[in-house]
Structures are given as structure tokens and as C-alpha cells.
Write a protein that binds this ligand. Sequence first.
Ligand SMILES: [Zn+2]
Length: 287
Amino acid sequence: MPEMPEVQGLVDYLGGRLVGRRITKARVSAISALKTYDPPIESLEGATVTAASRHGKFVDLATDTGTRLVFHLAKAGWLRWYDTLPATVIRPGKTPIALRIGFDDDSGFDLTEAGTKKSLAVYVVRDPAEVAGIARLGPDPLDPSFDRATLAGLLAGRRTQIKGVLRDQSIVAGIGNAYSDEILHAARMSPYALAANLDDEEVDRLYAALSATLTEAVSAASGKPPADLKDAKRRGMRVHGRRGEACPVCGDEVRSVFFADNSLEYCPTCQTGGKLLADRRLSRLLK
Ligand SMILES: [Zn+2]
């Protein structure tokens, strides 16, 4: 699943290629992916792209007609870029392609979604705030105004686990399961620590880890073509997705906790004083 750094990489890539390009084709093949009906998607045809930007994990392409194409790739969605868009006809229901956008230099992209659980979302709007998921976003951690005091304010009084706080888009925008694992590892903090209980020194550490992890990941993603972004993300991970491997900081074995449809990874020595966190799946079976 792409998170803020990969989405920023996509936005940089698209911005560099699409600003000034006219949209010649806008077709939805997975109708369930299109969440808006007014303006219609065809109204994008003929419009010229003026900017590409990011809101949390949403991509926003603005045009000179005031109509914008906004999308969220969700868990299994991706963007496939073409210097020359294939002429093949997309048959709805027979392809992972959900949306195809073409431009006046014959370039274009498809939004694709693998798997059966469809959650890729496309919006055609006049204002990004019309998208509920954007309207409720918390502050962006890479915004220059997001300082230590901002983070301390977001944590204060929240008696919930820090892992969940970091992933909650309405509290902080753009962080998902992978980067929250990485940030907590860099901060040497248990994913189960309660946000409200962090002392000043822990908030310092968390703020430094959050800024450094995301800045590093954005710079690794920037300038990469979409096809390389997933590998770049995987390569940058120190604990996430690395169960059973050695922690690059201390050499202890990276452990997982499994949930219904995902898992988190952590290093016991770095993060929990050597304690193993209960595997939720296992403890449920033992009840
Ligand atoms: Zn470690």
C-alpha cells in the first residue's frame, strides 16, 4: 500500500510530466471506483493539467477548467505510467484497470487494482475538500508548520496506542502501517505505548523519528518512476515486512504481531525492553 512518501513520489513524477498537457481521454472501467457523478468524468477531456499535489495519501490533479481528478490508491491500487498509451479497449470486469487517462502527447496512465476487495477511489470534483477523506485529514507531518508542539498537542490526552494514533488519518495525514512501524522503531518505542503517557523526552524522540523517517523516505521516492516506487519502499524498511530478519540497529530478531488482515513488525530489544508482544491471533485462539 502506498503511503505518503510513495504518493509524493507519484505526485512529483506526474507533475513533471503532466503540467501543461491536455487530457484527451478519461475513462472509468471499474464503475465502483468512481465515487462522484457531477461533474462527469468525461468533463476532464479537453482540460489542461495545471498542477499535481498531495493531500495525505490522495493525489490531486488540478486543471484549467477548475475540475480536478483526485484519487486514493488504497491497499492494492497502483498507477501504471505509459509514455505511449496502449490503444487496446478496456473491457469492464475483465481487467485490473479501473481508470485510464490519456494526454495530448499520447502518454497516459492507468489506475489498477489487484485482488477482490476493491477500495481504490476516484473523485472528479471542483474543490478537494469535497472529498470527505481529504476534508477530515489531520495535519501533514512534512508541512513546515508541523513542529514538536503540533505533535505534542495531537498526543495529549489520547489514551490510545501510539501505533493507531500515527495511522489515524484524521490525527496525522499520510502515515500507514509500514511507516508507523518504521517511525516507532526509529523512536525506540513500543507500538502499544499509550499516546497520552509519553513523557517530554519520548515526544522529542517520536518527533525526531517521524521527521527523519518520512523525509528520508520522500527523498528516496522522489524522482523515481512509478514502477520503481514499491521496491524503493521495501528497500527502505528496517523492520516492517522483515519478520525473522535481524534488526539493523541491534541484531535482535524482528518480530510480528498479527491482526485480521495485516501485521505489525517491531524489534523487542529496541522497542519493548526485550518483551515479546502478545500475538493477537494466537491469544484469541487460546481464550
Ligand atoms: Zn533492534
